[in-house]
Ligand binder design. Sequence first.
Ligand code: 5GP
Length: 178
Amino acid sequence: MSKIRVHDKFFEPYLSATSIEEKVELIANQINHDYADKNPLFIAVLNGSFMFAADLFKRLTIEAEISFIKLASYKGTKSSGHVITAIGLDAELYGRNVVIVEDIVDTGKTLHKFLPQLHHQQPASLKIAALLYKPEAVIYPVAVDYVGFSIPNKFVVGYGLDYNGLGRNIKEIYRLAD
Ligand code: 5GP
């Protein structure tokens, strides 16, 4: 694989489709084990998590439900610092075993803002699954229970993640080239 261009920037190959697939399978197996007979409710945070959420959900062999919320904080390759709820949550969380599905945890601001709203509804349990996690970027610490890849603090695109709207359809994950 070689470099690609998205808008004005160049990105280099980082995580192959196969390595992502294997990691998603691994997380699904853990969740199948941890949530057998618990009918978990997955809440996927749109837009970026749609591909991870779909691949993860397909691999679940247990009873499970899914719902979606749309939050946004990014403009270009930098977090704007403001988290906007564009589509709210329609599910009842009281007494449910909830798993938040995120594409990436970067500063942690999105989850930091969103988690209290969920706790308020008194779920039986609340865990987080994130395909990517940038430990060096964390400003608001959040405990991520299921992590796909811990990655350096570099902007990435592909597999659902965009740069100004483009790149979400790429099967692999690319990172900003120097
Ligand atoms: P946080 O609130 O943790 O700073 O950021 C979470 C959201 O920012 C993610 O769900 C994602 O939409 C976006 N984001 C953070 N880092 C990246 C990145 O490297 N690439 C892309 N495309 N989006 C990112």
